[in-house]
Design a protein around this ligand. Structure first.
Ligand SMILES: Nc1ncnc2c1ncn2[C@@H]1O[C@H](COP(=O)(O)OP(=O)(O)OP(=O)(O)O)[C@@H](O)[C@H]1O
Ligand SMILES: [Mg+2]
Length: 208
């Protein structure tokens, strides 16, 4: 199974989402690896800092490139052997390759108007290429106008998005460089929804 976090906008929660979902998958007993395709190496730095703090992430984080991503696609796409999460930079060939080999693309975004514009640009591109994706609202502040507007836009566009939203939490910010504790801030529910959609996809196509 290959799940990528992709958005043409930077700073929308791609790395946080990849690490949190990978943690949820480990807690569900899956064999998990995370590929870090971003030249900024945020996920690798996160793993290194956690290791140095004596609280290593519960899965390996491996730097990856266009070739290693493509090979992983050949091995792991649509298999249950391993759950590979790919954290992408906001552009470039490696992002395109990750999109191509993913079973599902998670498109995290904040509810800010600038992020939403870039997010729809991202999903228009992914949709045109026939990829399976779902938008995930993150850093959500309940009751705000921007949340209301974003939910309205999602409904208007009839696009695919997760029912669950990740709240804005200072605690989540502070997890950079640490493993998650018991609280996965709603990412466990997003993971369950991913599992469910994969199951439905398999049933729809008659795979076992
Ligand atoms: N739910 C949240 N609540 C509060 N802060 C958050 C939340 N999710 C992410 N952040 C913070 O927002 C910032 C951007 O998150 P992150 O690095 O995951 O985004 P990104 O899309 O991977 O960025 P980049 O494009 O630079 O790779 C970080 O400082 C992170 O700690
Ligand atoms: Mg990142």
């Amino acid at each position: 199974m290959i799940i990528s976090t992709i958005n043409l906008k930077g700073g929308v929660g791609k790395t946080t989402t990849a690490i949190a979902l990978a943690t949820a998958a480990v807690r569900d007993g899956k064999d998990v690896e995370l590929y870090d395709c971003d030249p900024q190496s945020s996920a690798s730095l996160w793993a290194m800092m956690a290791e140095e703090a004596g609280d290593p992430l519960p899965f390996p984080v491996t730097p990856a490139n266009v070739a290693t991503v493509r090979m992983a696609g050949h091995r792991l796409k649509s298999t249950e052997d391993k759950w590979l999460f790919i954290d992408c930079p906001p552009n470039g060939r490696v992002m395109d390759e990750a999109a191509d080999c993913s079973d599902l693309i998670v498109v995290p975004t904040t509810t800010g108007p600038a992020d939403m514009v870039k997010t729809f640009e991202t999903t228009d591109t992914l949709g045109a290429r026939g990829f399976l994706f779902a938008i995930l609202l993150t850093r959500v502040l309940p009751g705000t106008l921007s949340l209301k507007q974003s939910l309205g836009e999602l409904a208007d566009r009839d696009t695919s998005y997760f029912d669950y939203q990740i709240p804005s939490r200072e605690g989540l910010k502070n997890f950079f460089g640490n493993s998650f504790g018991d609280d996965l801030y709603g990412y466990e529910k997003v993971y369950e929804q991913i599992k469910q959609s994969i199951k439905e996809d398999k049933e729809a196509y008659g795979a076992n």
